[in-house]
Ligand binder design. Structure first.
Ligand SMILES: *Cc1c(COP(=O)(O)O)cnc(C)c1O
Length: 432
């Protein structure tokens, strides 16, 4: 049997992030000021982000060095393993070769630490004392709590109310790492108080939680805000995934025909795919890239490509992206990390230009795939990641029809150890 687990040594870890903005066919549409709808100046973002991250957000340099302090923390779990899914292939009787990059080895259980460590670091360097953020299912809040702990920053997490009560152990995890978590809407902000008064029973949403976190950051001089997906600098930090992956595939003399990632805000998809999209832009290779989203929140497959706000209260800059509308509150599906009304401007542009395709799936076929995967490859996937597995399985099954031996690569963005109640609901046929 060919190799199952393809690893890299610490010294083979990428030393820089790849900035796809440098290679786009035309400049990305700039973020707009929410008051004037004019392109926002970097200075206008300074109340909420450190200057280094604003520079990265707008940079056109192709490679950006990863500071040694960040590499040093990455080394706790990176390079992450790449696996060949021999047992899944056998179950499917497919001629396709399936590989997956496993980001669930990070201490917080997902790829989100790749950016949380970087964001906390640049904040610390510029004297920030406290960071606010929102979290839906809790993965981002956990990743940022861990990162703030390492750089001695306070971390305040506004957690979407429905998840706060459904996922108590995510909250415990954040508390262990020193994060301060409140259910959103909360009485701690003006916007939260307004929503609580108007809709006392609301389950909350990411859009509401973002508004609270931004309001808090603007109101306190020592505080900045941090976002776990969507923005260009977040896509940038995630490119370590694809850079490692490419080296790992080179070790087994392979290049993918298809690259797949689930897509909420777009960061794990960007992480695994931008390295391969770079080759495609340069005419070197031609991997197809597929974004997979839930049919309950079909941003790329059914949304409009236009300017929209990132939050409910219309406080954030407007971003040009695929969107379902910033007032949209998606149904409470179990892949909480995929419940965002918008999408990364980078991923949106690449979709609009045909460099990324998008598909969507219902919850049941996604959990069918998750269970098939867990029973062959052993890892219990996050419901978000299971969307990518569903698509990888379907692409492999197409090869059964055609006899093609395609190489399929997908990102297993996280484990599902905090999502076991959603597996129970799947087995009890209680999913919506
Ligand atoms: C947050 C999260 C996602 C969705 O976010 P993206 O920015 O689209 O990657 C997917 N998988 C896991 C495990 C997550 O934690």
């Amino acid at each position: 049997m060919e190799q199952t687990k393809i690893t890299l040594d610490e010294n083979e870890m990428p030393k820089h992030w790849y900035n796809v903005l440098s290679d786009l066919s035309s400049p990305i549409d700039p973020p707009l000021d929410p008051r004037t709808w004019e392109p926002i100046s970097p200075a206008a973002l300074e109340p909420i982000f450190p200057k280094a991250l604003i520079r990265q957000e707008m940079s056109d340099e192709r490679y950006i060095d990863i500071p040694e302090e960040i590499l040093d923390i990455y080394r706790l779990w990176r390079p992450s393993p790449l696996y060949r899914a021999h047992r899944l292939e056998k179950l499917l009787k497919t001629p396709a070769k399936i590989y997956y990059k496993y980001e669930g080895v990070s201490p917080a259980g997902s790829h989100k630490t790749n950016t949380s460590i970087a964001q906390a670091y640049y904040n610390m360097k510029e004297g920030t004392e406290r960071i606010t953020t929102e979290t839906g299912a809790g993965q981002w809040g956990s990743a940022l709590s861990l990162a703030c702990n390492y750089f001695d920053l306070e971390c305040k997490v506004y957690m979407v109310r429905s998840s706060f009560y459904q996922k108590p152990y995510r909250k415990s995890m954040m508390t262990v790492w020193g994060g301060n978590v409140v259910p959103s809407p909360s009485p701690d902000t003006e916007f939260g108080r307004k929503i609580l008064e108007e809709q006392p029973d609301t389950p909350g949403s990411l859009g509401i939680a973002i508004s609270e976190a931004v309001e808090d950051a603007v109101a306190h001089d020592n505080t900045k805000y941090s976002l776990g997906s969507v923005l260009n600098h977040v896509m940038l930090h995630q490119t370590v995934i694809g850079a490692e992956c490419k080296k790992q595939l080179e070790k087994v003399e392979t290049y993918p025909d298809i690259v797949i990632g689930c897509c909420g805000g777009g960061s794990n998809l960007a992480g695994i795919s931008l390295e391969f999209i770079k080759d495609r832009i340069k005419g070197k290779n031609n991997a197809r890239v597929i974004a997979v989203e839930p049919s309950a929140c079909p941003t790329l497959t059914k949304g409009e490509y236009r300017y929209d706000f990132g939050d409910s209260a219309e406080m954030t800059p407007l971003l040009k992206m695929y969107t379902l509308g910033h007032k949209h509150v998606p149904p409470a599906i179990h892949a909480g990390g995929l419940r965002y009304h918008g999408d990364s401007p980078i991923i949106s542009k690449l979709c609009a230009e045909g460099l990324i395709e998008a598909v969507s799936y219902d919850q049941y076929p996604v959990f069918d795939a998750a269970v098939q995967f867990a029973r062959t490859e052993a890892i219990i996937p996050a419901p978000e990641s299971a969307h990518a597995i569903r698509c990888a399985i379907d692409e492999a099954l197409k090869c059964n029809q055609t006899g093609e031996e395609k190489t399929i690569l997908f990102n297993l963005s996280g484990h599902g150890h905090f999502d076991m109640s959603s597996y129970d609901m799947y087995f009890n046929k209680e999913l919506v």
